[in-house]
Design a binder for this molecule. Structure first.
Ligand code: NI
Ligand code: MN
Length: 227
């Protein structure tokens, strides 16, 4: 599989048969190198309903006739705007044509400021993707939690995508502890550097992870990694 970093927490995952975008946030994203209109995909995975994860989900899904996979509340919200959706919730898994998806807990919120006022969009989630014999864990936005140990034990992880930007999510030291809990083969730091508020040095993360047994892959925007 090919994983391409589109900036912030947005990734494109290409299997041999399907293309999946995760947390589409390109419009209004100062680091994005492509626009939402450039995305071709079959599925749109959304970890939680914050604008920096869901911004372009409906537009991309509708234009591609793709299906949005997210928690029930996000799915209903997107469905009302005319997108195809597949609602799930924490602990549940489902077999899709590209592979299996399981939602995990994430300690974080979810909500959007809309024309109709502020709406809450259920719990934030993490996403496990099991495809082509590999396991990818995207923690979404979250603080550190001990159940990461359980996630790593039950689902040996090839690639973990973990936020390190602090303020809204885990910072570097907590993310290093998360790596110790999850024991992924490879960890990709994310959700940093998009704005000054979350501008941390990924090399510091890399140095602190060395010795845990996990490799760190710091991705540049538009760079791809083969899983
Ligand atoms: Ni968030
Ligand atoms: Mn976020």
């Amino acid at each position: 599989m090919k994983l391409t970093f589109l900036s912030h927490a947005c990734y494109l995952l290409e299997t041999s048969t399907h293309t999946i975008i995760i947390d589409p946030f390109l419009t209004g994203n100062p680091k994005a190198e492509i626009g939402a209109e450039d995305v071709t995909c079959d599925y749109v995975l959304v970890t939680h309903g914050h604008s920096d994860h869901i911004a372009d989900a409906v537009e991309i899904a509708k234009r591609n006739n793709a299906t949005i996979v997210s928690n029930y509340e996000v799915a209903m919200y997107c469905g009302k705007q005319g997108a195809n959706t597949h609602p799930m919730h924490i602990g549940g898994q489902h077999e899709f044509p590209f592979g299996r998806v399981k939602l995990t807990i994430a300690h974080h919120g979810a909500g959007l400021d809309t024309e109709d006022g502020f709406i809450c969009l259920g719990n934030a989630t993490g996403i496990l993707i099991f495809a082509e014999g590999k396991t990818v864990y995207d923690a979404g936005d979250t603080g550190l939690f001990l159940d990461m140990k359980l996630i790593g034990e039950m689902h040996p992880i090839d690639v973990a995508i973990l936020p390190i930007g602090d303020n809204f999510t885990m910072g570097i030291d907590d993310a290093v502890k998360a790596v110790e809990f999850l024991k992924p083969k490879v960890v990709i730091p994310t959700h940093y550097g998009t704005w000054d508020l979350i501008d941390v040095d990924p090399n510091e993360f890399s140095e602190k992870v060395s010795g845990t047994g996990s490799d760190v892959e710091i991705m540049e925007v538009s760079q791809s990694y083969t899983i």
